[in-house]
Structures are given as C-alpha cells and as structure tokens.
Design a protein around this ligand. Structure first.
Ligand code: 3PG
Length: 410
C-alpha cells in the first residue's frame, strides 16, 4: 500500500534538510508496576530508525509522544523514554520536560539541523484528552501555538493512529503533514499479511482496553472480517457476565468498579452478528494465596480469574493451529505476575508453531516473542488498537487527517 494510493504524502516526498519537523511518535510502553520503569522498549527501538533517518537528512526534530492515560498507573513522564531513544538513535535526544511553556518554545526555536529534542508526555495537556474531528482539533490552543514553530508535521505513530486526538489529527489540518517511515511500513506490511486467501481467520483478543475491544469486535463481526473470535483476559469475563454467568463476588465487583457493567447491552449485540465468539471454559483463579484451575460454573465460589485455564488453552490452541490467519492482540491474563503468564505463552506458542499467517499487535505480546521467529509468516506490529481498527475495516483518523493535509497544504 503506497502513500499515494492512500491519498497521503510521506516524509520521503519532500526535502527536509534544515527544516523544523514536529514528529509524532508512539513511544507508549508497558511500565513495570513495581519499579515504574519501562519493561519493554520495542516501540522505542522501532521508532529510533525513523528519528535517525530524519536527522541524517538534516532536519531539526522535536518529538511529541504520550505515555499512559491520566489516572492510570502507567501515566508518567517521558524522561526514561528520552534516555532509551538517545541510546538507540546513537545521539543525545534531550528530554525537555515541557510542551508549550517558554522552555519548550525557546528550545525549539534554537534547534539546529541534525538535532532532536523530546517534548513532555503530551497527555499532560488537558486538550490532548479530547477526542474530536480533525477540524476541531486543529483549533486547540496548543496546536495553534506549536504548529507555528515548524515547517512540517510527520506522523509516525501508527500505534496511536486510531485516536482522533489533537497530536494525531489536529496538526495535519493546519500545516503540511506527512506519514513517517514506520507508519508507511506498518500499513504496507499489514495489508500484505491480511490477504483474503488466508482463511479461516481467527482473532484472539485479550488485554485491558475493554470499551475499545468491544467496539472493535462489533466492527469485525459486522464486516465478517473474522471467522472466529477467541476471547481471553478481562474482555472474556465481561462477555461471560453479559451472557449471565455468575462470576462470583470478586470478579463481579472488579468489573463493576471499572464501569464495564455499563457495556453489557453493547456486548450482547456483538454476540448476535453471525461470527462465532468463543469464550474460556475455565480460568486460573487466585483465592487468598492459592492459585487454582477453576471451571466457569465454580467461579461463583470467589477469587479473581487472572488467566485462562488448561481446558481453554487446549481448545484455543487447536483452533489456532488449524487457522489460515491469526490476529492476536492483548495478553490472556495478568502477565505482570509470573503465575498468570501460562495462557498467553501457550497461545503465542501455538500461533508461532502453526502454519497460519500471524499478526501480533501491541507491546505486551510482542515482548514475549523469541527473537528467532519466522519473519516471512509472522508480523509483529507496533499497533494494538490501531492494528485492530485497521483490520476491522474502520478508517484510521490519522490517515484521514493526512488526506486532508495532502489536499490542503501540498
Ligand atoms: C496504544 O498503546 O494502543 C497506543 O499508544 C494508544 O494508547 P491509548 O490506547 O492509551 O490511546
């Protein structure tokens, strides 16, 4: 898929030497809950090549990125991201701890060709948390302020391309915008791997982003983008709850505390769209200090279900092994705790050992793949939600905004 068939421009379409470039990356990484340090930096490594490329061509680059969401335990500054990015790029990328304050403005105005700085987590700005159409985002105060300082906006944040936030869709409507090298590579490789002949197509969905996952399941099922959807992790519990399973007091109160009980009606709708959704028959449950394999009918005895159980692993592995294409996103359990990694590891192993084309999305799963995997058959994408949005046939807001930019500013 070339940028021109999409109706957008890429950074390779213009001379960037001595130009000031605002570069949106997706450096959002898993953060270890105890040490608060980055536990997997594959997204940072993947972006380092793009940064190098822009610097080698003589651009002066300011990087805009996010980490976590306000209120979540992984919401933090980008200081460590800056250190790691500097290491992988092979030159100092100063983290400036500011986005639109006087320090940021002055630093950006003094940037020289071949130099790069990393601005602070853009989600520290309240305006960034608003989701709205591109034209509205173009008028945000911080977008108006920053856009004046640059000649070009480059979006390389494939992993965040499903968000209609100002840093993704606001800048390209008010200035010249282009897709970065990683964005182009992801779009091209994903569309190649997801071809029609690889059927049956199985989606294996877990992870913690429940409202996003339910919306995406609805799209996948309505457009028949999958032949089967296997659910794991928290999202599978929400589905069980919607179908009337008694999950016991601990699981139920956890799901209610997160507000997921409000999604139950929407969840039920997705089960009636003609695509088979397979739910776990058992889980690994933590009761006090004891971990037990528990079938669904015994969850009402209490305890938190934190991984899929043995029978489920076997059933899901068999389905994965006979698939033509497998898309996996999100862990099957609470993998931060070693006692609840077995389900995710087993399903990944089945996918790696199968003959299917495999697309793996998101940092958590990518970090669990051994380095010697078959690159002709297996694609590890930096996107999680963005990957699924694309595969479910929905438009990516980032690309739609770059299309507006192509018409307006090129
Ligand atoms: C992701 O990890 O999916 C992207 O960085 C987007 O993050 P978000 O889901 O918090 O918007």
């Amino acid at each position: 898929m070339s940028p021109h068939t999409l109706g957008i421009f890429s950074v390779g379409d213009t001379d960037i030497s001595s130009k000031k470039v605002l570069l949106r990356l997706d450096l959002n990484s898993p953060i270890d809950p105890k040490s608060k340090r980055i536990s997997d930096d594959s997204r940072i490594r993947a972006h380092a090549e793009s940064v190098k490329l822009l610097l080698d061509q003589g651009a002066a680059v300011a990087i805009l990125a996010h980490q976590g969401r306000p209120g979540d335990s992984d919401f933090t500054t980008l200081e460590e991201h800056g250190e790691r990015l500097s290491k992988y790029v092979g030159q100092r990328i100063e983290y400036i701890g500011d986005i639109i304050g006087p320090h940021a403005i002055r630093t950006i105005s003094l940037l020289k060709p071949g130099e790069a700085v990393l601005l602070e987590n853009v989600r520290f700005l309240a305006e960034e948390m608003i989701e709205a159409p591109p034209e509205d985002q173009g008028s945000r105060i911080y977008v108006r302020k920053l856009s004046k300082l640059f000649n070009l906006y480059v979006n390389d944040a494939f992993g965040a391309s499903h968000r209609s936030q100002p840093s993704i869709v606001g800048f390209p409507v008010v200035m010249r915008g282009a897709a970065g090298p990683l964005m182009i590579r992801e779009l091209t490789e994903i569309s190649r791997a997801f071809s029609e002949e690889n059927r049956p197509r199985v989606f294996v969905l877990g992870g913690a982003k429940i409202p996003d996952t339910v919306r995406i399941i609805k799209n996948i099922a309505s457009r028949k983008a999958a032949d089967k959807i296997l659910l794991t992790g928290l999202v599978s519990l929400v589905y069980h709850m919607a179908l009337g399973t008694d999950l016991g007091p601990d699981n139920k109160s956890f799901l209610v505390s997160k507000g997921y009980d409000k999604l139950l009606e929407e969840v039920r709708v997705t089960t009636k769209l003609g695509v088979e959704i397979v739910l776990p028959k058992d889980y690994r449950v933590l009761r006090g200090d004891v971990v037990e394999n528990t079938c669904i009918s015994s969850l009402n005895m209490g305890g938190r279900a934190l991984d899929i159980g043995e029978e489920t692993i076997e059933e899901f592995s068999n389905i994965i092994r006979s698939a033509g294409a497998v898309v996996m996103r999100g862990p099957a359990g609470y993998i931060e705790d070693m006692r609840f990694r077995a389900g995710t590891e087993a399903l990944l192993r089945s996918a790696l050992e199968s003959r299917a084309r495999v697309i793996i999305g998101g940092g958590h799963l990518g970090s669990m793949i051994p380095g010697d995997y078959d690159r002709n058959r297996i694609l590890i994408s930096t996107g999680g939600g963005a990957l699924l949005t694309l595969l479910s046939g929905e438009d990516l807001p980032a690309i739609e905004a770059l299309k507006i930019s192509a018409k307006r500013w090129w």
